[in-house]
Design a protein around this ligand. Structure first.
Ligand SMILES: NC(=O)c1ccc[n+]([C@@H]2O[C@H](COP(=O)([O-])OP(=O)(O)OC[C@H]3O[C@@H](n4cnc5c(N)ncnc54)[C@H](OP(=O)(O)O)[C@@H]3O)[C@@H](O)[C@H]2O)c1
Length: 321
């Protein structure tokens, strides 16, 4: 099969297309003939940093869509030919990938295969962090940094669909207006305006934060009593200075999570919840894939370069077959 390999740690040029044997599905796994693969920021960290996968010669890619090509022993739900999308733990930038059957979901009604590839990683992440960990309730206010990211566009739509006003930050005015057109109540350009000042009278209940660093103290100020903040990255820095008396006074809950290292049982249980609670919102159009650009698999380097530029709004995909 054709697959993109991280040939060594480095810039986008280290991604190369190679011919490799297709994986063989193990017990409980299915082999997917990949139609499209979604890009995620984590793919770039895997390419650059030894902290994210020590192996060179990894195939990046955390989500795919396609058809089931073969089933390993013990697979009960799927059969050859079924159209699915799946959360995978690497290996998505390839013509075939083997994945535990529980991490596959049916392509939602009304969506193309390509559109379905844009969903798993962000839907699983937002569902886990905003609704399960931070327990956002209908009517509570959500603040999302990186509003125009793959994660952001899912968070805006999902929280709005489930009854919460969503406030976001983004890096350009154009992105801000776009986030508002998608359903955000208000978007602030963090490069030109002080989001701490702009949102100070809202009373934020939950913050989904990928920034950390210097945004942290402002985030804590914006949270109302019993507010929750959940980190999924720290793009502005891992260290922050906070006023602990404010945490105690407002009883703020601070937490975070990483989806990629969780095991297949955890991911499969999450898939069941996503199918039950989120898939109906995709089927009725309340949550839509937002696709910025689709490039052919052989242009994986260009696709990652585009993501690193942060020019995009929503998802970047690779067309595989
Ligand atoms: N922990 C987990 O399980 C998990 C799972 C999935 C994703 N994530 C994280 O979630 C984030 C979004 O992922 P994605 O795949 O949706 O990536 P993405 O589409 O590339 O989005 C990254 C966003 O971050 C914003 N950004 C970049 N540098 C920034 C900075 N210094 N300050 C503020 N904003 C900045 C970018 O746009 P603007 O600067 O123009 O606004 C962009 O919207 C990533 O950090 C990723 O690692 C974590």
């Amino acid at each position: 099969m054709k697959a993109i390999l991280i040939t060594r740690k480095g810039g986008p040029e280290v991604l190369e297309m190679h011919q490799l044997p297709a994986p063989v599905p193990a017990t409980g796994e299915v082999l997917i003939r990949v139609a499209a693969a979604g890009l995620n920021r984590s793919d770039i960290y895997s390419r650059i940093s030894t902290a994210y996968g020590k192996n060179d010669l990894d195939i990046p890619g955390l989500e795919v869509s396609g058809h089931i090509e073969a089933c390993g022993p013990g697979v009960v739900r799927w059969k050859k030919g079924d159209a699915v999308c799946a959360l995978v733990t690497g290996g998505g930038y390839a013509e075939y990938v083997a994945v535990p059957e529980g991490q596959c979901l049916p392509v939602p009604a009304g969506l193309s295969l390509e559109e379905a590839a844009a969903l798993p990683e962000t839907v699983f992440t937002v569902w886990l962090n905003v609704f399960r960990i931070a327990r956002l309730l209908p009517g509570e206010n959500l603040l999302v940094h990186g509003g125009s990211s793959g994660i952001g566009v899912t968070a805006i739509q999902l929280a709005k669909a489930l009854g919460s006003p969503v406030y976001v930050t983004a890096g350009t005015d154009e992105k801000c207006r776009w986030c508002e057109s998608l359903g955000a109540t208000r978007a602030v350009n963090y490069k030109t305006d002080d989001f701490g000042e702009a949102f100070k009278d809202i009373g934020i209940d939950v913050i989904l934060d990928m920034t950390g660093g210097d945004f942290t103290a402002k985030n804590i100020h914006l949270l109302r009593e019993d507010g929750r903040i959940v980190w999924i990255n720290s793009m502005r820095g891992k260290n922050a200075t906070i006023d602990l008396s404010e945490i105690m006074r407002k009883r703020i809950v601070m937490t975070g999570s990483m989806l990629k290292p969780r095991d297949k049982d955890f991911k499969s249980a999450l898939a069941s919840e996503v199918e039950k609670f989120v898939w109906p919102l995709v089927a009725n159009g309340a949550v839509k894939p937002v696709i910025y650009k689709i490039l052919p698999l052989k242009q994986a380097s260009e696709a990652q370069q585009l993501m690193e530029s942060s020019e995009h709004i929503g998802k970047i995909l690779l067309r595989v077959s």
